[in-house]
Structure formats: structure tokens, C-alpha cells
Design a protein around this ligand. Sequence first.
Ligand SMILES: [Zn+2]
Length: 670
Amino acid sequence: MTNPILSPWDTPFEIAPFDAISDADFAPALDAALAAHDAEIKAIAEDSRPADFANTVEALEAAGEALDKVLSVFFTVAGADSNPERQELQRAFSPKLAAHFSAISSNKALFARVAEVWEKRDALDLTEEQARVLMLTHRGFVRSGAALTGAADQRMQEIMGRLAELGTAFTQNLLADESGWFMPLTEADLEGLPGFVVNAARAAGEEKGQEGPVVTLSRSLITPFLQFSPRRDLREQAFKAWAARGANGGETDNREIAAEILKLREERAKLLGYESFADYKLETQMAGTPEKVRELLMAVWGPAKRQAEADAEVLTEMMREDGINDDLAPWDWRYYAEKRRKAEHDLDEAEVKPYLQLDRMIEASFACANRLFGLEFKPLDVPLYHPDCRAWEVTRGGKHVAVFIGDYFARGSKRSGAWCSAMRSQAKFPKEQGPVVINVCNFAKGDPALLSYDDARTLFHEFGHALHQMLSDVTYESISGTSVARDFVELPSQLYEHWLEVPEVLAEFATHAETGAAMPKEMLDKVLGAANFDMGFQTVEYVASALVDLAFHEGAAPADVLAMQAEVLEGLGMPAAITMRHASPHFAHVFSGDGYSSGYYSYMWSEVMDADAFEAFEEAGNAFDAETAKALEAHILSTGGSVEAADLYKRFRGRLPGVEALLKGRGLAA
Ligand SMILES: [Zn+2]
């Protein structure tokens, strides 16, 4: 019997034939695709001809077509529409895939051929893009340790194995501390809490097998509890437990684990020839060096701290009015900030929502893409993996550009959050292929479906990622679309959020579900004002975490992570009533894996760029300025990873971004 995943896809635009695929097809398709890829890799590694760009680098680009198909279909449904069978498959696939890719990156014969091409690169007459792909391919092998031999090679493998164990232990300890603690509440303790917090506390009590309501350390319960509970003693207890996650002593304590992780990362970086782990990590990023990261963070730190200190005075005054003469503490901040928010920006979400209909907001995101880039969207009737999914053909001047799929509604089978992925990336080699791009969100269903302002921003954000994929115009798939540095990838998405704030966009598309009236100006102003509320606090807790992350990975690894954390915070003059967003013993971004280690800064790096990039349109006097839109597409949205990110930005803007636009956007400018 033929496997529908591996057979040619005889569908419109070769979209995966979801109606023909069943869960039983995945495992045999994956095994066949892995075997095919292994054979391709073997043939490239054992080729007896002298290595050249075509028989080595291009051959690697072309390899794995079947594997791409299997993984794109499987991970689409595993994330957006899972079931017990798919979860089981995912558990079985993940070690198989890890072993497969690690065997490729440590294949010495293959690396020898890549290195041979790299050595003679100047004589090869490569295009700019080919030279870039060669550099990235070679660098990827070197960074994973392929060039190491003998004892160094052996040691690297030990380090990687141990780091994987430590990362898992860190995560599990954190989960154990989070689920192990709860604080029972009496009926009287519930006073002053809004209905949704009371309900969540009761549900949590039931889940923990308690008679009455409880507070747990789940972010979705503890945060509103700290925000709304008038009981200072209970807030203090809950906050202290929250802040102590991973540092409670005993078996689940993460402090030693974090210290060992940092030591092994330092050793790993040195084995590969880098001064520090931060140097190693930042080499592939737009920021490039630890100094550049620190420069950005410190430029934001001063204004953020000033704002937070001014806010602390206001909040302390409010606390005095409650008859409390103590210093403002971390367990007071959210409570008094919430009171202040209510007084200054009272915004009733229930009044805003009828103006933000999902279908109108989708139209708005399409209309902006039409005005900026001339894209047109036509509904496409194809079988997808769930009846809630919708598809459009995207064209420009009558020519096919991409297929766009939207899967907007929350359901039990979907993981939380929102994301964009390419089921097929744009490429011209080995053959021309148009992108198939999907946005997945978790909006509540309704008739009509209505969004919060945050939801609408998420919709524009994910659509910005989709544009980065759809407008991609490169030759090689490995650098297509969003295959760019981590600190650059959020630029197109965060930038696109700005068009939601353009008054004429909301005036046209934010229309009331029943009356059809446009959102009143006062409501719009309130929505935008509330978005920037308490930015001093938010910026301080974030930047402090990012600076501690950076300090951990520069220079010698600390023997005591909390001591080093305290030293960094003291040097910064951290405001007493604010703590790090993630203290080291529960800083999962940094210790659960190495994805965001010395990389926590990257959210802010992208924000600096999106604020500065949108200013290019403001300077042109028009949010839809044709010349600026053309430059944005030419230098950022179509180029993928074909050029160094900093160069792309300079081509678009004529210079690198400054922090001024970000400070203004966050309301922190002097
Ligand atoms: Zn994003």
C-alpha cells in the first residue's frame, strides 16, 4: 500500500492531502524518510569526486525532501490538533530525530567534504547567496563540534550528554516546586478578589483535593492574586513561595544544577575556541558580541529605572493611604499598580470586544498587506486537518505567491499560545516551490467571534511572521523566510503589530458587531494608553533578568549563582520593590535548554528594531508609504537569512537602529 504522505501530493498547490492521511501513516512514513535521508547523506559523504559546491552544499540542501514532508504534516497536527495517539508518536519520534540530526552534524566524512569546499571558496565563483549558504553550513558543523578530534571530541560528547540531563532535571525540579506548593484560603480570604480569580482558586482547590479554595504557583493564578488580594500578609506568603521556586533546598533545588550547567557551557565554548559561552552564542546573532547586548540593555535600564522609581513613590503614597507605613515590597507592587490602573485607565474589556470581530481583523491584516505589498487573498477550498481551518490563495498582479492557512480557535487538542510555521518554505532550488504558511491562534469561538485588543495584536503579530515567509525570495530553503538570527526573527512580526494601531485601520475595521459603528476615539485612546501602563516595572524586571543572564555566560562561570545574581543586581541599583522577572533557580529560558541562554535580551533587541523601523513610515508621513514598503520588502521581508541581519537593517534604514523609538513606544523617553 502506498503511504499518502510519501506519494506525490496531487492537490491544489501541493498542499498536504490531509483527508487521505491517517495517524497510522506517520510512523512508517518517518522510518522511510529517515532511511532515505541517511542514504542521501551517505552518498554525499562518500562521493569519490573532489568536493564542490554542487555535490556537497547543494546536495545537502536538496536532501531530505521526504523527511520535510513528513515532519511538516506531523508537527502541524501534533501542535494544533493533538490526540493520545499523536502524543505517543511524538514521544517516540523525538529521540529518533535527535539521534538522526546529531549523527549528521557529527559525521566526520561529511564534514571533511564541507571543509574542503570551504577551503577553496575563493576560487569557486559563488553568488553572494551561495557564499552565505556555504559559510552557514560550515559554521554549523564547526559550532556543533564536528572539527574536534580525539580527547576533545570525546569530552564534547560527554558535556553535551550531561547538559541534556541537567536541563531536564532543572525543568522537572521547577515543575515539582510549582505543583508542590499551595496556600489554602478561607471564605473570608476571598474578599476583594474578582470572580474569575475566585473561580480559579476554587478550581485549583478541587484539583489539589482540598475542601476550599487555594492559591497555587501557576502564573495564571498567582499573578491575579497578587494583583487583587487586599490581604498584605497573604500576598507576602504567596510571593515568597513564588520567588523561592527552585531554591527550597532538598531534592528539587536547582542552584547546584544551574552552577554545573554554567561550568559545562564555559568548557564547551572553550573547547570550540571561544573566550566565553556568550561569545559562542552571540556569534550567530545580529547583536554579535556581549558588549553590544550590554550597551542596548544599559541604554534602556536608566530610563526604565527612573520611571519605576517615580511609580514606586506613587504606589507608596497609595499604601500610606491604606494606613500601612512599611516600605513598598515586591508583594505590594502589583496590588497598588492594579488600583492605579483602574483609577487612571479604567477600560472595560467587555465594551471593547464587540468592536474587534475576528473576521474584520483578518480582513484588516489582509488589507494592510494589500496596501503595503499589493498582496491579494482569495478563499481556497481545500481539505485541511480540522474543520476550523481556513485557507486563502495569496496572489500579486494575478501571479501565485503563497497559500495562507489560518487556524484561529482554541480547542482542547491545541497547545496554548500562538505561532506561525511554514508547512513548505519558499525556495528555487532544486525546484521552484511556493510557500504554504500557517498561523495558529487560541481565540475564543463565538457568533461572531470577538477578540480582545491583545488577541488582535497577536493576530497581526503572527501575520507579520507569515509575510516574512510568503514574501521570501531566495534560492535555498535553508535560509528562506524566517530562517534568520533569533534576535532578528521577531522584527517582521512585532513591526506588523504597528499597523493595528494606525487610526485609519481601526476606523475602517474595528466596527461594532451589532451597530456597525466605528470604535469611538476615546475608547481607542484608552486601549492604547492601557497598553503602556506600568512599563517602568515591566522593563526593570525584564532588563535585570537579561543582564544577569548575560553576566552568567561571560567570563568564568560562578560557583554560586545566587551570589553572582545578587552582585549584578546590586551593581545596577535594582529598586527594592521589584525582583527579576525570572530569578536564576527558576530561569527556565536560560537553564532548561540553551535556546535563550545569553539570549534573553533578544525580545528587546527586536523591539528596538520594530519601533525604529516603523518610524521610517512615520518619517515618510504615511503608514502606507509606497517607497518605504518597497524597501521593507526588498531588504527585510524577501531576503530571509541570505545576508547578515545588521546589513539587511542598514540597507533598509541607512543605519542601525537607536533605542529612542523604543523608549518613546514604552513611554520611557525623558
Ligand atoms: Zn513572534
